[in-house]
Design a protein around this ligand. Structure first.
Ligand code: 13P
Length: 255
């Protein structure tokens, strides 16, 4: 199996943007702009926008995503949302371990692992984010950092569950900065992550795994990144908030 046989997935991470009314309008415009496509599309939206976006993308084949979930199915966890709640809201995908959660909200590799196991148990697809900080890249430990994040996050995940896991390589220094990893840098680390997954499971799991790049991907640079042998899709922040730009990235992944 090679890249041609893996699912290309373009996911928009809207982060903390768009009220429900704004979200419905953006989702409707993406639905029409990206009606012709040959890749999977996920919109990972704020919790309060799930209902409005779910309605707007009904029957479009676009998947509804969330940006986090807790590991418990219910309980005294003020402010948290469980995987089961997401499922009932029509969510199919959840982003876990995003660097902003790690940086601002105390997320660790261990809590990412707990959330990931619970999300998979509930039947969700997971987009697991990993990536190094600038200082770590400068120290030459990018591969080690990403390998550690992947290994801890995937602890206890079965081979069968790996069919519902996507990994997003998001170098922290490239997120929201306008600094994109070069296509060669993105491909190198995505390839290294695939190697780690092969060591954890086997070659068929690794070859079937969709690995996305994220970090200042936009309409101008998407094609070159997506053309790399180990880059199977994108996790897009800023450019996913502009319907036309996001549609161009979807078109690039559909070639
Ligand atoms: P930007 O595309 O805004 O750099 O964000 C990337 C990201 O964090 C997606 O999860």
């Amino acid at each position: 199996m090679n890249k041609a046989l893996r699912k290309a997935i373009i996911a928009g991470n809207w982060k903390m943007n768009k009220t429900p009314a704004e979200a419905a309008a953006l989702a409707s415009s993406i639905k029409s702009l990206a009606a012709q496509r040959d890749c999977q599309v996920v919109l990972a939206v704020p919790f309060v926008d799930l209902a409005a976006v779910g309605e707007a993308i009904k029957d479009s084949g676009i998947y509804l995503g969330a940006q986090n979930c807790h590991w418990a199915s219910n309980g005294a966890f003020t402010g948290e949302i469980s995987p089961q709640m997401l499922v009932e809201c029509g969510v199919s995908h959840v982003i876990l371990g995003h660097s902003e959660r790690r940086q601002y909200f105390g997320e660790t590799d261990e809590t990412v692992n707990r959330r990931l196991l619970a999300a998979l148990e509930a039947g969700l697809h997971v987009i697991l984010c990993v990536g190094e900080q600038l200082s770590q890249r400068e120290q030459g430990i990018t591969r080690e950092i990403c390998a550690m994040q992947v290994k801890i996050a995937l602890g206890g995940v079965t081979r069968e569950q790996m069919e519902r896991v996507v990994i997003a390589y998001e170098p922290v220094w490239a997120i929201g900065t306008g600094k994109t990893a070069t296509a060669a840098q993105a491909d190198e680390v995505c390839g290294a992550i695939r190697q780690v997954v092969e060591e954890l499971y086997d070659s068929s799991v690794a070859q079937a795994l969709t690995i996305q790049y994220g970090g200042s991907m936009n309409a101008g640079n998407a094609q070159e990144l997506l053309d790399q042998p180990n880059v199977d899709g994108g996790l897009i922040g800023g450019a996913s908030l502009k319907g036309e730009d996001f549609a161009k990235i979807i078109a690039a992944a559909s070639r």
